[in-house]
Design a protein around this ligand. Structure first.
Ligand SMILES: *[C@@H]1O[C@H](CO)[C@@H](O)[C@H](O)[C@H]1NC(C)=O
Ligand SMILES: *[C@@H]1O[C@H](CO)[C@@H](O)[C@H](O)[C@H]1NC(C)=O
Ligand SMILES: *[C@@H]1O[C@H](CO)[C@@H](O)[C@H](O)[C@H]1NC(C)=O
Ligand SMILES: *[C@@H]1O[C@H](CO)[C@@H](O)[C@H](O)[C@H]1NC(C)=O
Length: 312
């Protein structure tokens, strides 16, 4: 169990974005003596909410705001999971091997806490990709508008909320984490230079590939791999909150233990089997062809496990 002090610390931390702790000044402090100088508010410019563009209608706005809240929730939870368990977390070891936790904590905090000023989600189709690119659920506007993300209508009919995590037969070994708003929007946020800083990138996208990304002491790419960060955040939430102490990792061939895919044994990730009882449900998510009608626009795109194309 958490000590009450730790719970309090996290509660304060989680709420600090809106209510920063006020430091009492004593009568004789130098700060008090200087208080007649023009005040400098170091938090000036901090915006705690993402901007949802006026092109989003009422229901799109609700879905998107709720989805973004869930992306922030799982990122914050995963960060706190690491602050408590460190590299002893079996979920952490599965995705990042022997790598240090601090870089991962930092990338998670970029989504959990960092300034959202100027980060815009829109629902119109300014680059005409929703209309012309088969199966696109959204895209980063790239050089057309580096802080803007377009969410296409397909997202609103295919994304799930966190309440469905570990339900409906979903397991990580065979499911599509990007089916959940939380993981999908974390990935989209990392495409924004203000969030991913051009460092978080697509080093491995399929589940088997990202599990084999950390190799011994060669773990650097795992720690800044977009899908590793979002899948880890979703699975930490599944393990701690959705089904406490169990999660829904799914089975790996050759071993009954859900978490045998740690550190150097991850090379066996490629042997992950499909659980036939769940495959029907999982393939019922929009399985779309990667076919595109514009090779130029597709240049910076990649197909995820969920079959939906995402673009940088
Ligand atoms: C966890 O970190 C410690 C250093 O704090 C290190 O000695 C240990 O090998 C790490 N364990 C794993 C499984 O990476
Ligand atoms: C908003 O747009 C979506 C398409 O993305 C549509 O399905 C929905 O009915 C619209 N909502 C309203 C209230 O018009
Ligand atoms: C480290 O892993 C990456 C792939 O993740 C690979 O390209 C690179 O060659 C590896 N480096 C070493 C020194 O093994
Ligand atoms: C940027 O705009 C151009 C011109 O409208 C378009 O061809 C291109 O596909 C757009 N880029 C992205 C990433 O949508």
């Amino acid at each position: 169990m958490l000590s009450p002090a730790l719970v309090l610390a996290f509660t304060l931390y989680a709420s600090h974005a809106t209510a920063l702790p006020v430091v009492p000044t004593s009568t004789f402090s130098p700060a008090a003596a200087l208080s007649s100088t023009p005040s400098y508010d170091w938090t000036d410019g901090y915006i705690s909410e993402f901007t949802i563009h006026s092109s989003c209608n009422a229901t799109e706005r609700h879905e998107l705001s709720f989805g973004l809240e869930q992306a922030v929730l799982v990122a914050r939870h995963a960060k706190e999971h690491l602050l408590i368990h460190g590299n002893e977390s079996v979920v952490y070891q599965k995705y990042f091997g022997q790598g240090p936790t601090a870089p991962v904590i930092g990338w998670l905090d970029k989504i959990a806490t960092a300034n959202r000023a100027g980060l815009i989600f829109r629902c119109d189709d300014p680059d005409q990709n929703c209309a012309t690119q088969l199966g696109w659920a959204g895209h980063h506007r790239g050089s057309n508008a580096t802080s803007e993300t377009v969410i296409c209508p397909l997202s609103y009919t295919s994304r799930l909320h966190l309440t469905a995590l570990c339900a409906r037969g979903f397991v990580f070994s065979t499911g599509k984490p990007n089916t959940y708003w939380a993981a999908d929007l974390m990935h989209r946020l990392y495409h924004l230079p203000a969030v991913g800083e051009g460092e978080v990138d697509h080093y491995a996208d399929t589940y088997a590939d990202l599990l084999s990304l950390p190799q011994g002491t060669n773990y650097t790419n795992a720690g800044k791999n977009s899908a590793s960060l979002s899948y880890f955040a979703l699975e930490a939430y599944a393990y701690d909150i959705s089904v406490p102490g169990e999660g829904c990792a799914g089975k790996v061939e050759h071993d009954d233990h859900d978490y045998d895919v740690v550190s150097s044994t991850v090379t066996s990730a490629a042997t992950i089997t499909m659980s036939s009882e769940f495959s029907t449900l999982i393939s019922a998510t929009p399985a779309v062809a990667a076919a595109t009608t514009s090779a130029a626009a597709a240049a910076n795109c990649h197909t995820h496990d969920d079959g939906v194309v995402h673009c940088s």
